[in-house]
Design a protein around this ligand. Structure first.
Ligand SMILES: C[S@@+](CC[C@H](N)C(=O)[O-])C[C@H]1O[C@@H](n2cnc3c(N)ncnc32)[C@H](O)[C@@H]1O
Length: 356
């Protein structure tokens, strides 16, 4: 990491005695200034009105110190904006990322651009964490659906995540439709009993329309070799980042060690006969491997890759075409700009939404 010029540190100290502390993580003056402002506002909002200025300054110093050691700002402030929502954050549960926000927003816009949607829409979010994805999908979809009946179910193995997802539901109720059905369940998605239960729930009367997931997808190799940021490694839960599944073997190829959840997610999607399958991935290489899996398993009518900014480049159907390193060697359409971020597959009946 390049050293900061002394003149810059002096200038920062002159402006505020705590700014140099924030430089250890921010590395530039505008970001350090912003963070200092947010931390001060946080103290004003949370401190007792009777607390003396010296206590508040001491508290500000403690928070700047935590930040200088790399603790994510969202864990210090306790929240992160996600679309129009404010998602509560807590150590032990992954902080929602801007790229997941963009992906979720684009999915909602894509669905809304092709009315009419079914009068009732059933969405299953596996590995839901804070519940950010299904809550945002709900808040974006319900105002535009004439008969807003949205059934949302989020699953996560972590009890801490489930408790936070329920808090997030209450925290954001003003953006959600009161008559909708939103629930969270603690479960391991590799558990057969859980899958049988969810299959029985969606009886012959209705089917899950959309299965979405942002699973742990970083390979143990990438996690340990320094390509994952230090603050992520030190502060965010490893179970949310690196797959630990019974199918993983340390002899597997290092680059595919992050792929372990995708075959299971596809299996669940096939068992439930979901209409649309959307999974977040780390990069284009992983996206291509997942496209290969989609083509090998199940009768999907179409599949494509979305980049970080999927809306850029338009929906004129001309997206870039990329060859997939798979057994069938067929091309796949890639939409948008940035790194490969999601694989989207659909069954018969949904082609109009995604092929338009
Ligand atoms: C990458 S995080 C995604 C969290 C959230 N969906 C988001 O986008 O911010 C992956 C989540 O998967 C959960 N998870 C890990 N293993 C799981 C399993 N076997 N079954 C269900 N959830 C699991 C973790 O607890 C974590 O919350």
């Amino acid at each position: 990491m390049p050293r900061l010029p002394t003149s810059l540190l002096r200038r920062a100290r002159h402006e505020h005695s705590l700014l140099p502390l924030l430089f250890r993580t921010c590395r530039d003056l505008p970001s350090a200034r912003n963070e200092l402002r947010w931390l001060r506002e946080h103290i004003l909002e949370t401190a007792s009105p009777k607390s003396p200025p010296s206590t508040r300054h001491q508290r500000l110093y403690e928070l700047c110190l935590q930040r200088s050691k790399g603790k994510p700002l969202q864990y210090i402030l306790g929240s992160q904006p996600f679309g129009n929502l404010e998602i509560l954050c807590k150590p032990g549960v992954l902080i929602p990322r801007p790229e997941t926000d963009l992906l979720t927003t684009h999915l909602a816009q894509t669905l809304l651009s092709y009315p009419p949607l079914p009068p009732t829409i059933h969405i299953l979010d596996l590995c839901t964490g804070t519940g950010c994805i299904p809550l945002l999908l709900h808040s974006l979809l319900h105002p535009s659906i004439p008969h807003p009946h949205i059934h949302i179910h989020g699953i996560d193995i972590s009890p801490l995540a489930m408790s936070l997802a329920r808090k997030n539901l209450h925290h954001n109720t003003r953006h959600l439709h009161p008559s909708s059905q939103i629930s969270f369940q603690q479960a391991d998605i590799f558990d057969t009993e859980w899958l049988n239960g969810i299959k029985a729930e969606s009886s012959k009367k209705w089917k899950w329309d959309i299965l979405i997931s942002n699973p742990p997808y970083i390979s143990p190799h990438a996690f340990n070799n320094g390509s994952t940021a230090r603050s992520v490694r030190n502060y965010e839960p490893k179970i949310a980042l690196v797959p630990t599944t019974p199918t993983y073997s340390s002899t597997d190829a290092p680059e595919t060690g992050g792929d372990m959840f995708y075959p299971r997610l596809l299996h669940i999607a096939n068992e439930l006969q979901v209409g649309v399958f959307v999974v977040e991935v780390a990069d284009m290489a992983q996206a291509k491997r997942v496209v290969g899996m989609v083509r090998e398993r199940g009768a999907w009518e179409g599949v494509e890759v979305w980049r970080d900014f999927p809306e850029q480049g338009g929906r004129d159907g001309t997206g870039e075409v990329v060859e997939v390193d798979g057994r069938d060697g067929r091309d796949v359409r890639v939409r948008g700009e940035g790194e490969g971020r999601a694989v989207v597959a659909w069954r018969e009946g949904w082609g109009g939404v995604f092929e338009g």
